[in-house]
Design a protein around this ligand. Structure first.
Ligand SMILES: [Zn+2]
Length: 471
């Protein structure tokens, strides 16, 4: 009895004290609840998916307005920056005391097209069925935006004091190269990123097995660089019945034939060497031993021919050329004056696009073929950020003990390079929990995310960012 009554007195005293101190910890802020926040995450993502931001044309301004409304409601300062008509970007910021550098939580608002007739659920319906949220952008990249936005809302609602600012940046145009999104902002508004020390972006995440157990944490620090080219051949136009001696289509085919037979040299950049060594344990022999020193192993012709059979492995150790478009005449009986082909070239970090084009000219060996560059970025390896890598590793250790943190070379590209080019570290890590088969949903049919993965992602984003900028 005695113990009880003294416990009661302490409890009453605490209640009185808490009542007198405003914001004296969580007990004084019953308004904040993870359950509420998680429910909001699901409904927000569903509504966000319903805003069709297929690029082209993008129309991200509608998405920017939608997100701004949420930030306004949370009392977080936010502005919409239009790069061209209908192409909106959103920039929201929570202020810290400035003793640490700011973090940008990056995401893109545009999505790739989706053809409804191949989907089980309407791609822009945002339907929620059996704890799964369906729709284009659920993974790439609207789900990430919701994790970032609600992590910021959690800071704001709990009044957590921050050392560095936290910035939410939703961009336009990423799927088409980012010129009207991250490219525009970093170029025209460098003041927005003046005190930024880190950008967190898509490009990595948590791979789980079919039982939901985390296999690996992927944080991407380097990307291959796109070099998109258009080849044009010219020749004598005429009637299909009487082909001349110098024909555009024939010249183009000869040139492409030489491009196809070209074998890109193998080169193992340091990031790739490290990634394979870090993941060697996951493999069976002889790959396990081979991966420990990939550069050396690839000198062995037997190992090499086995290794490059897998297109993903091959693309990790060489520049690639994909012929993706060919155009001649629109009419079967008309010989065109010009024929064109589009090449999607992806270069390894550190490659010089100009040198590659010179090499291509040598391969094509036909001065009359015109080579135009339609998209090219410099090499995009992130400046290191050991603190962020440690925070993510610690998070992995606590939440998924045994899951290694690895940094592969991203074969695709993201908005990260715009920041890396300015010397700002940009890490590819969004805490989606997805199985390897879910990779095919990104840009594919039936893109969707589980409610559990989204809930986990909101909490993970919050905890990681808090470690990095909170007091
Ligand atoms: Zn994306």
């Amino acid at each position: 009895m005695k113990a009880k009554s003294s416990a009661f007195r302490i409890l009453m005293l605490t209640v009185i004290l808490l009542a007198k101190i405003p914001n004296a910890g969580r007990a004084a802020e019953p308004a904040f609840s993870w359950k509420t926040l998680e429910a909001e995450a699901v409904s927000l993502l569903s509504r966000y998916i319903q805003i069709d931001t297929t690029n082209p044309p993008g129309n991200e301004i509608k998405a920017a307005a939608f997100l701004k409304e949420v930030f306004d409601r949370e009392g977080i300062e936010a502005r919409v920056i239009e790069s061209s008509s209908g192409r909106g970007n959103i920039y929201a910021r929570i202020r810290g005391d400035g003793s640490k550098k700011a973090i940008v939580l990056l995401n893109h608002m545009d999505v790739v097209p989706a053809d409804a007739k191949f989907w089980k659920e309407a791609p822009f319906g945002g339907s929620i069925k059996e704890r799964v949220i369906w729709g284009r952008g659920a993974l790439d990249d609207k789900g990430a935006a919701i994790m970032e936005l609600l992590a910021m809302a959690a800071f704001k609602r709990q009044n957590i004091s921050l050392k560095g600012d936290v910035i939410f940046l939703g961009t336009a145009d990423e799927e088409a190269g980012g010129a009207l999104g991250a490219g525009y902002l970093t170029d025209k508004h460098p003041e927005l990123f003046k005190d930024v020390g880190l950008v967190l972006n898509e490009g990595g995440g948590i791979r789980i097995d079919e039982n939901g157990r985390a296999r690996v944490y992927i944080v991407s620090v380097a990307e291959k660089t796109p070099l998109w080219l258009k080849l044009t051949a010219s020749g004598m136009p005429g009637h299909g019945s009487t082909p001349g001696n110098s024909l555009a289509v024939n010249k183009l085919i000869s040139a492409l034939n030489r491009v196809m037979s070209y074998q890109s040299p193998i080169k193992v950049v340091p990031e790739v060497q490290k990634f394979y060594a870090d993941t060697a344990n996951e493999e069976t022999e002889p790959r396990r031993t081979g991966y420990l020193d990939l550069r050396k192993s690839l000198e062995d012709p037997t190992f090499r021919s086995q290794f490059i059979k897998d297109p993903r492995d091959r693309a990790s150790v060489s520049n690639t050329i994909a012929i993706t478009g060919i155009k001649g005449s629109d009419k079967v009986n008309v010989i065109p004056a010009v024929a064109t082909a589009e090449l999607d070239v992806r270069l390894l970090p550190g490659e010089d696009p100009k040198a590659f084009i010179n090499e291509l000219r040598r391969i094509i060996n036909d001065e009359s073929i015109k080579i135009e560059v339609t998209l090219s970025f410099p090499a995009a390896t992130s400046p290191p950020h050991p603190e962020a890598m440690k925070v993510i590793s610690d998070f992995a250790k606590t939440n998924d003990p045994g899951a290694p943190v690895v940094a592969p070379l991203l074969r695709g590209f993201t908005d990260c390079h715009f920041f890396r080019e300015k010397g700002i570290p940009c890490l590819g890590f969004m805490p989606h929990r997805s199985t390897p088969s879910a990779e095919g949903l990104v840009h594919g049919v039936d893109e969707r995310v589980s409610v559990e993965s989204l809930h986990f992602g909101v909490r993970a984003m919050y905890e990681i960012v808090r470690e990095l900028v909170a007091e």
